[in-house]
Design a protein around this ligand. Sequence first.
Ligand SMILES: *Cc1c(COP(=O)(O)O)cnc(C)c1O
Length: 224
Amino acid sequence: MSILQRVEGLRARIGRACAAADRDPATIELLPVSKRQPLSLLREAAALGFARFGENYVQEGADKAAALPELSFVLLGPLQRNKAKPALQHFAEIQSLDRPELAERLRRLAEELGVVRPVWIQVDLWDEATKLGGCTEADLPALIEALGGDARLPLRGLMAIPPPEDAGAFAQMAALRNRLQQDLGCTLRLSMGMSDDLEAAIAAGSDQIRIGTAFFGERATPSR
Ligand SMILES: *Cc1c(COP(=O)(O)O)cnc(C)c1O
């Protein structure tokens, strides 16, 4: 199946989910997740008009950014402190911010490099305690404090990878987003929903769905 065919299938799924939820499909951002996909498929997606891709590993994203300088990349995977600098250099946006120390380090480096990088806070409300990363709701104030409203790291929204078996997880995220918007007095976007659960995520109010396998097909190369 070509990427065009997959994208048409995805547009149809998004359209049906939006119709059911009384939402406008134009407000849902489809972010292709290109981790462990070859450059040839990114080029195929770029020819269809996609210019921004999600990646999980700093090195892989940096390599792809160097090979395809006309495209931009969003970091979705856990970020170690010692990779903060290359992450800011090679990614347009960071979605996996989940602790104050990392926010402080990113602020220092963004100033040093003279760059502006929108950030999303990754939340884990389900105590997954996994390598996937994410902070709890109780961790949020300290993290937002550490960001300090820094114009170099504007806060775009919340990102989450809810456990597939938890039917209420997306609604929990939507409620958290609403509370935080009220507390902070700003608009926050929600990035949730992947290949298998985009419908439920859209129903709950997601603004951005991150799609890997349903966009590109099975990931070919092995995990690092
Ligand atoms: C891999 C990945 C995705 C895409 O997953 P699929 O199930 O292939 O759609 C989305 N978000 C994150 C954070 C990922 O790591």
